[in-house]
Design a protein around this ligand. Sequence first.
Ligand code: SF4
Ligand code: SF4
Length: 164
Amino acid sequence: MGMESILKARELLAEVTPLKRDCGRICGARCCASLEGEETGMLLFPGEEDLYETADGWRMVPAGREMLIICPGKCRREDRPLACRMFPLLPVPGEDGIRVRTDERSRAVCPLARQGKRGMDPAFAGAVKQAGETLAADPAQKAFLLRLAEEQEELRTLRKRLGG
Ligand code: SF4
Ligand code: SF4
C-alpha cells in the first residue's frame, strides 16, 4: 500500500531541511525531545511502518486508524519518518492542488513556526510541496493527508478560540 509514493516523498525530503544551517542548533532540537516522563510519537504515513519492522530502538504503537512510531531520540537522516522530514510544514490537498502550511502541532514547539515557510529555505518548502503532490497521487496517502488536514483545521479553530 502506497510504498512507492512514500519512498519517493522520503527521497524528495532526504537532503533539504527548514534552514540551510542545522535548525536543531538554534533550539536544541526541541522537536526531537520528549517531555519528561512522556514518550512522543510521530504519525506514520500508511504503509510506512513496513520500513521499521526490524529497526532497532524504534517502537510502533497503534493510534486509532494510524500508527505512531516512537523513535530512539536520535536518528540518521535516512531513517527519519516522513512526518519528521516535513516538520514544521505540512502539505494540504485542496481544490487548486497542494498548499504548504505550517503544522499547527509545531506552534508550541518550533521557533520557526511563527514566521512559517517565509522564514524557511524555499527549497525545503518546495520539497514539501512536491512530496505532497507525490503522496496525493496515491489514494491511500491522499486520504491520510486529508485526515491530517481535518485535524489541522480543528487545531486552528481551537487556537483562534483561545486567542493564539
Ligand atoms: S523545533 Fe523547529 S527549529 Fe527546532 S529542530 Fe525542530 S524544526 Fe528545527
Ligand atoms: S525520528 Fe529523528 S527527527 Fe524524528 S523525532 Fe526522532 S530523533 Fe527527531
